[in-house]
Unconditional design. Structure first.
Length: 546
């Protein structure tokens, strides 16, 4: 609690100013006594007076209307006003008239509310020179709790402000240089937060619907075997790593060439004031170049090659399907002849007929052996680590003309970063092609105006799943297993198909250690689920003949 002055208004004891050559007024003495025991806590008025006199901060005490009663030597030095020339004047003599009126309004409403105010004002020295004053004003209350005085403390922060501005300008300059660079730049701290980026990065962020490109790059690099933790520990950068991002709703993937450099964060804590030292925290400067156009050109060449090899694959499979059909057809009469021969075996006087049947059987066997021999061998293809997004995109590109001709909307939902699976790329491509051709037939037979096929890829705990769904008539519950049997066909028209498609799909999936089925829970058409294990250790079963 502040001590009360005597009734006369004079302080009860003011020997603390006895040594002062300036002989302060009774009001100043009272102000010091109230302030020493008020806003600044319990100090002896003498000690407080000494502190104020020697303080490097400009300190003034005013009455409740801001008329100056006391200023310390630092105030005189900073403002250029001698003590005598400011006593009795309003603090507004320091105003440079550039501070907005609203600031003063806020200042006054705060201090009149008996609260301290802190802010920055544009002040003017006696010489006319402007300076920035960081000012705090505290109300000093009398024994009745009313405002008796104000204590003002300010310092010149012009240089500090200039430095801040300079840092701000330099940051803006760096940012505008980075922004004009035609590369994607981001700086990532140890907590995987993006702490600096440029316009190209922000644009990509928008294209990815808010998903941080830097995190996708890092995840993709890690998936490609880049050990980021060790690289960070050893401050080892990496250069020109190719990263592919599959973006939902976009027909083709985007490709980036990504480089990374580790930057040591400088320690800005007080401990490093005299000697600059590294903080031990690494930041990663990621620079990425989009190389989609280049990849597109390479892709066109690859697609031409792929078209040729898929056509060959298709030719062989068509031939195998036709011949398998013929063998299947032959099997039935052959079985009948076999049964007849067995019956004749049991007779006694039909030796001649038996002889003829034996001839038929022999020639039939020969015909079947010839047909089996005519079956072209499956194309040999070596197993490799494949990305199913890439394969499916190949298939979609190859089938684009068919989609357009049939007015089918393709809804492509690839998982942005997908684990690889062990497989034979061409075999898998033609398998997916068959499934999508089936989906096309289904939506065509449905006769619906809105025809759509949705293809989704997603990583599972230990595998990769592909969903191919169409809004066609769907497959009734009783046929969900039967459709995978050889020579079963449920299409309204034959379309020149022998009903071997899904059976061959199942064979391919089995050879890859995967599983295929019709999702019973999907009721708006048909959804085929194909899943493959991610493990690369398990070899793919050798190709079995039909
Ligand atoms: P004015 O017309 O005097 O005031 C502008 C606005 O301030 C008014 O519209 C009103 O909203 C408010 N105001 C002014 N006086 C009062 C009052 N007595 N009661 C209620 N509201 C009021 N100003 C500086 O520019 N630099 C300083 O370093 C500085 N230090 C100060 C230190 C202390 C301890 C105190 C109490 C005030 C200080 N001031 C300072 C504020 C100063 O007193 C003036 O209010 C300010 O400079 C504006 O003056 P002006 O002549 O431009 O406008």
């Amino acid at each position: 609690m502040p001590r009360s002055p005597s009734k006369s208004g004079a302080p009860e004891s003011h020997d603390f100013t006895a040594k002062s050559p300036d002989s302060p007024s009774a009001k100043v003495i009272e102000a010091f006594e109230l302030t020493a025991t008020g806003p600044l806590g319990a100090l002896s008025p003498r000690l407080f007076y000494e502190i104020v006199q020697q303080s490097p901060l400009a300190i003034s005490i005013t009455d409740d209307k801001a008329a100056i009663l006391y200023v310390n030597p630092a105030f005189e030095t900073l403002t250029g006003y001698g003590r005598d020339s400011v006593l009795g004047q309003n603090e507004s003599i320091l105003s440079h008239k550039q501070t907005p009126k609203g600031v003063y309004g806020e200042l006054w409403s705060t201090i009149q509310d008996k609260r301290s105010w802190r802010g920055t004002l544009v002040n003017r020295r006696n010489s006319g020179e402007a300076y920035l004053a960081e000012l705090s004003i505290s109300p000093v209350l009398n024994g009745e709790g009313d405002i008796a005085y104000f204590l003002g403390i300010h310092r010149d922060v012009t240089e500090l402000h200039a430095l801040e501005k300079q840092v701000h300008h330099q940051k803006a300059l760096i940012e505008s240089v980075l922004d004009s660079a035609p590369v994607i730049v981001s700086l990532i701290d140890a907590e995987r937060r993006v702490i600096l980026d440029n316009q190209a990065y922000k644009k990509l962020l928008g294209d990815l619907h808010g998903r941080e490109p830097a995190m996708l790059f890092l995840d993709a690099l890690q998936q490609d075997g880049v050990d980021l933790k060790t690289a960070c520990r050893e401050c080892r950068g990496f250069g020109d790593m190719e990263v592919r991002l599959d973006i939902a709703g976009r027909a083709e993937p985007r490709w980036f060439s990504v480089s990374g450099t580790w930057v040591d964060e400088l320690d800005s804590t007080a401990g490093s004031y005299f000697t600059a030292q590294a903080s031990g925290r690494c930041c990663l400067l990621l620079v990425a170049n989009e190389i989609t156009a280049l990849k597109r050109q390479m892709e066109q060449v690859r697609m031409q090659h792929l078209r040729a090899s898929l056509a060959e694959q298709q030719r062989v499979q068509d031939m195998r399907e036709a011949l398998s059909g013929a063998i299947f057809q032959l099997q039935t009469p052959f079985n009948v002849i076999q049964a007849a021969a067995s019956m004749l075996d049991r007779g006694t006087d039909l030796n001649k007929a038996r002889e003829v049947l034996d001839q038929v059987l022999a020639s039939g066997r020969q015909a079947m052996d010839t047909l089996r021999g005519a079956l072209p061998a499956e194309l040999q293809e070596s197993e490799t680590n494949v990305n199913l997004n890439t394969l499916l995109r190949d298939v979609l590109t190859l089938m684009t003309d068919e989609f357009l001709a049939q007015g089918v909307i393709i809804d492509w939902h690839p998982q942005t970063i997908l684990s690889g699976v062990n497989g034979r790329p061409n075999q898998l491509r033609s398998m997916f092609m068959r499934l999508i051709e089936n989906a096309l037939l289904a939506v065509a037979e449905s006769g619906k105006d809105h025809r759509s096929i949705r293809i989704t890829t997603r990583s599972q705990e230990d595998g990769v799943e592909v969903l191919i769904q169409d809004n066609g008539p769907g497959i009734p519950e009783g046929l969900r297993l039967k459709v995978f049997e050889p020579f079963y066909t449920g299409w309204k028209q034959a379309y020149g198909r022998a009903g071997m498609g899904l059976s061959m799909v199942q064979e391919t999936v089995n050879q890859h250690g995967g599983v295929v089925d019709v999702n019973p829970a999907f009721l708006d058409g048909c959804q085929i689920r194909v899943s493959f294990p991610v493990s690369t250790s398990k070899p793919i079963a050798p190709g079995a003949s039909l």
